[in-house]
Design a protein around this ligand. Structure first.
Ligand SMILES: NC(=O)c1ccc[n+]([C@@H]2O[C@H](COP(=O)([O-])OP(=O)(O)OC[C@H]3O[C@@H](n4cnc5c(N)ncnc54)[C@H](O)[C@@H]3O)[C@@H](O)[C@H]2O)c1
Length: 314
């Protein structure tokens, strides 16, 4: 089948591109390279450099697609705080363009990358999909808007859409030099280089880290699932165990064989203390659950990092 992957030059998208190629699909990547890297896209995928904000470009990319995996987004919470309009254009208007083009091109299914940030950190833990949604940043608002548009396009136009709420993904190809890099690549790089790491607060805040292999598996399952079951739905996709930052650092120390220099700084305003998903809906309705223990995922991530070279001059 023909699959369009928006954001396919990014961390998560690049893994989905490889997975769909392995399944024998024809893959088209649409990415504006704002945080992604052209060399993340394998030669056997078709690459269109362009933005989801441009409806004409999206229509061309969507043509004849059977499946769309929509990952393209401005994904940094902090950037959204500094520039909410930029984030909204990429995430809300971008999604609306993807859904509209997919509807008009009779695409079979659209799987969208949502985020645990829609809960806002005040939900009960473990957090089920039905928990109250109180997004706390423009980024989180845009992800919630995306979910609503996806459901409405299913209800109004019969376009099969499914939104997956990802919780802190990590794994190979998540680069420390990407704009607004995530905590695991930042800590890995700093500890390996003997530099100190900054931990906001006491380090006892936790995240439900999810290894990329489990995200790929969830996308495979959802892409193949019957629309009658998943259409218009939202599912948590998470590792299934809260891991504190202190535990993360200890894990990295043991894999890297280097003692970290921890610098504890003031807690960050609005930092979520405990992030922990209830993933029973995905288990019951999709037969998906995370398979890769955090420690194994971390070891595989560090292994990738050891072989990674920062670009010259970068
Ligand atoms: N990584 C995580 O922990 C996490 C957690 C929850 C949700 N998500 C979501 O998963 C998706 C992928 O995240 P990621 O970690 O791979 O980030 P990423 O930044 O590596 O990938 C996003 C990709 O989208 C591209 N992009 C951005 N704006 C675009 C636009 N207007 N048009 C076309 N392409 C554009 C970027 O160049 C990049 O290649 C995002 O939608 C993100 O919000 C990620």
């Amino acid at each position: 089948m023909r699959v369009l992957i928006t954001g396919g030059a990014g961390f998560v998208g690049s893994h989905l591109v490889r997975d769909r190629l392995e399944l024998g699909d024809n893959v088209v990547v649409l990415d504006d390279l704002s945080t992604g890297f052209a060399d993340n896209v394998p030669d056997d995928a078709e690459f269109i450099e362009g933005s989801v904000v441009d409806l004409d470009v999206v229509r061309k990319a969507v043509a004849n697609a059977d499946l769309v995996l929509h990952l393209a987004a401005s994904r940094a919470v902090l950037r959204s705080v500094h520039d909410p309009i930029q984030t909204d254009r990429a995430n809300t208007l971008g999604t609306l363009n993807v859904l509209t083009a997919a509807r008009d091109a009779d695409v079979g299914k659209v799987v969208l990358a949502s985020s645990s940030s829609v809960y806002g950190g005040v939900a009960p833990v473990p957090t089920p999909e039905v928990a109250p949604l109180t997004p706390k940043s423009p980024y989180a608002v845009s992800k919630l808007a995306m979910e609503h548009y996806a459901r409405v396009y299913f209800e109004l136009y019969g376009l099969e859409t499914v939104a997956l709420r990802y919780f802190n993904i990590f794994g190979p190809r998540q680069r420390p030099d990407s704009a607004y890099a995530a905590v695991i690549p930042i800590f890995t790089e700093a500890i390996a280089a003997g530099r100190s790491i900054q931990i906001h607060g006491d380090g006892e805040q936790s995240r439900d880290f999810t290894f990329i292999g489990d995200i790929v598996a969830a996308n495979r399952i959802v892409a193949a699932a019957a629309g009658a079951i998943v259409g218009g739905k939202v599912y948590n996709v998470a590792g299934g165990r809260p891991v504190t930052l202190n535990e993360l650092v200890t894990g990295l120390e043991s894999i890297l064989g280097v003692e970290a220099q921890r610098e504890f700084t003031e807690p960050r305003a609005g930092d979520i203390r405990l992030s922990f998903a209830d993933t029973r809906a995905a288990a019951v309705e999709l037969g998906w659950r995370a398979q890769i223990p955090f420690e194994d995922g971390l070891a595989r991530t560090v292994e990738w990092f050891r072989g990674w070279q920062p670009p010259a001059g970068g």
